[in-house]
Design a protein around this ligand. Structure first.
Ligand SMILES: [Zn+2]
Length: 155
């Protein structure tokens, strides 16, 4: 098997735990939602779809830091209950092989390129993007809602 050229970067555990802590305090900007669809609520920590009956926290996350033209803060979900951080980081997460757009950035957070993965192998799209030497990382986002899902770095 070919060695992966990329590394999946799920949401840091401390960010998920902080969101759970803040949600428990009843903060208005951390909504607790009961999941009602099997493919509507992607958890950014375990990189799986939260399942009906589970609860998720909806809060704002800064994926591209302030102070840059492409700065971006937007809504993401994490499981309300502790979950295991996605660990098979050399493999593209199976739950998100469709419905994602891959946005490629340079080291200064400028967007260089973007590709929709629907109907294509995401690994091939990532490999193609990383052939552009100035691309430092790639963010996977929802193709419909635009929400940040996970980051992909060079291996
Ligand atoms: Zn989770």
């Amino acid at each position: 098997m070919k060695t992966s050229t990329f590394r999946i970067v799920p949401l840091p555990t401390e960010v998920a735990e902080e969101a759970r802590h803040v949600a428990e305090s009843g903060a208005a900007d951390h909504a607790v939602i009961k999941v009602d669809s099997p493919i509507g609520y992607p958890c950014r920590h375990c990189l799986r779809w939260a399942q009906p009956g589970e609860r998720v926290i909806l809060f704002s996350y800064t994926s591209i830091p302030a102070g840059h033209p492409y700065s971006e803060t937007g809504p993401i979900f994490v499981h309300a209950e502790p979950c295991k951080r996605y660990s098979t980081t050399s493999e593209y997460p199976a739950d998100f092989r469709i419905g994602r757009v891959l946005r490629a950035y340079d080291a200064n957070y400028n967007m260089i390129d973007a590709e929709v993965v629907n109907g294509r192998e995401p690994e091939e799209v990532i490999e193609k993007l990383f052939q552009i030497s100035k691309i430092a990382f790639v963010d996977a986002r929802s193709v419909s809602r635009g929400c940040f899902t996970f980051r992909i770095q060079r291996a």
